[in-house]
Design a protein around this ligand. Sequence first.
Ligand code: HEC
Ligand code: HEC
Ligand code: HEC
Ligand code: HEC
Ligand code: HEC
Ligand code: HEC
Length: 395
Amino acid sequence: MKKANPATQAHHVSGGAALISILLLLMTSSPCIAAMSITDFLNEFTKNYYQQRFLAQTNLVKENKELVPRAVSKLIEESRTGNKVFEERMYLLNIASAMAYMQRHLHDDNGPLMEVEPIIKRELEQERKKNAELMKWKKEEQFLGNFVMKRHEKELEKANLAPVLYPHWKHRILFECKVCHNAIFRMQRWVNKISQEKIAAGKQCGVCHNGKMAFSAQDEKSCNRCHIAGKPEAARLHDPDLIDHAEIKRVAEKIGAEWHPENLVNGRLPVDRFGLIDWLKMKRDKVFVPLVSLDKNFKERTRDNKILFVSKSDFVDNVLFSHKVHSDWIDCSTCHPAFFVDKLGGNDIRMRDMSRGRFCGHCHGRVSFKFADCKRCHSQAKDAKVDALVRLSAH
Ligand code: HEC
Ligand code: HEC
Ligand code: HEC
Ligand code: HEC
Ligand code: HEC
Ligand code: HEC
């Protein structure tokens, strides 16, 4: 008895659903002609393939030499019709490959294999590239608050421009969140539908990137400062140690903000134990004074109290939330009412929802420090006395 060829097992993709749809398709195609029609042959072979009955597969090919080339072509054709996902395509191609290997082995006919193997190779290569592409953009966003923008992927490709990398941290040095949220951008990805046309009209990024406050988005020499995602030159947007203090100081002075690198230890931005920039320490050490608004008549509103979230869970300490810290940076209207009802105990806040980007999770884990830093929020022992509004858990 001949063993099944390695390809049969090598990229076997389980596909019960795919099998059923193939069987249905094949059963309704061409009518019976000879002793065994191509439809019957395909159905039998597919069934045996699915049940891993290798001897039965071999016998079928042994007895139907003249059907195999057409059967292989039919499977390839079927893999290309409809909007099949990779797994479905590979399922069909692997059946074709198993058949083609047996044809070569039993009948010394290399034709079907020559047809199907390059197609499988191409499929696997494309899938590898696609995965690498996905990983590449994930990598570009590894540094907290760095967002890749590529809504206009096709146009960008056509113009031979990389997607945009928007670095929150470089802007946080110069601007409080209030400057942009919600005056220029709503605090949610993609919803602002950012485009070059709006930027060129002085909106969105173009409010500042106009050649006065910051480099112009219409200057041919500056395109690649934003359209930089995935390029080696983007390194300086991923690594605060590569910061150019003289340059930041020059820009800060120009726009009315302040940058005092002399207050940093060894000129390095302080980081927490997760390697994220410690903005509160930088503030305490008077390293920076960002702009509060671009509007001279802007009246800043802050709320100077703390809220103690008494957790019902015995396993975690209570959470202390500072309205002051948050409202210094963030406008009331960003959080109320979109993220929280402004009523003590008015929100049923749970970790599960937060990890999906609700409540505190709108910012924490995306632009501000991550949930892995439990103690930074769950900072108050159950019996600790704190000067704060006490909020009993809603659940
Ligand atoms: C210079 C402008 C600017 C500043 C300053 C700024 N942001 Fe943003 N922010 C943006 C842009 C642009 C987006 C993306 C909008 C889009 O894709 O439509 C964004 C999106 C966000 C999002 C949405 C994330 C998501 O996954 O949906 C959050 C949260 C956020 N910013 C928080 C902050 C916080 C907190 C601060 C201050 C510490 C801040 N931002 C300062 C420009 C800014
Ligand atoms: C509130 C004003 C403001 C807005 C809005 C703004 N920026 Fe900036 N941005 C600046 C300033 C100021 C700098 C520092 C300028 C400099 O180095 O010349 C800067 C720097 C940058 C840098 C760093 C470039 C480098 O080489 O280090 C990138 C990238 C960038 N902005 C992209 C964007 C994008 C993309 C948007 C819109 C989604 C945007 N910015 C919106 C003001 C702004
Ligand atoms: C301040 C940052 C910035 C600069 C500088 C900049 N762009 Fe863009 N550009 C963007 C952003 C943000 C988008 C939207 C990206 C997305 O999500 O598709 C964009 C999109 C585009 C698009 C896609 C089509 C469209 O309508 O959005 C083209 C083409 C483009 N830019 C060309 C240019 C050229 C050419 C230059 C230089 C003359 C340039 N950009 C400079 C930020 C910038
Ligand atoms: C980062 C988000 C955030 C910002 C910014 C913010 N708040 Fe709140 N606010 C909260 C949270 C969280 C609660 C508690 C809700 C609960 O108990 O369910 C709250 C509660 C409140 C309450 C009821 C408790 C109290 O403090 O009396 C009021 C009133 C309120 N906020 C007003 C404001 C005002 C005014 C501003 C701007 C000066 C502001 N908030 C800024 C998140 C925010
Ligand atoms: C709109 C964005 C936003 C939301 C929503 C938000 N935070 Fe924050 N939070 C920030 C920013 C910005 C900082 C400043 C520090 C930083 O970015 O690393 C901060 C800082 C903190 C700190 C450190 C303050 C200190 O005194 O050390 C704690 C604790 C905290 N947040 C807890 C919470 C909790 C709890 C919630 C939900 C009830 C929440 N935050 C919701 C943006 C947000
Ligand atoms: C950004 C602030 C923040 C961080 C970081 C954070 N939590 Fe929470 N957590 C909260 C808030 C706010 C609540 C709601 C308190 C309440 O109303 O009971 C909460 C509630 C909880 C609860 C109660 C049950 C539930 O699911 O809501 C548990 C358990 C908990 N957190 C565990 C953790 C653990 C473990 C970590 C670290 C991996 C963590 N938290 C990190 C803010 C935070």
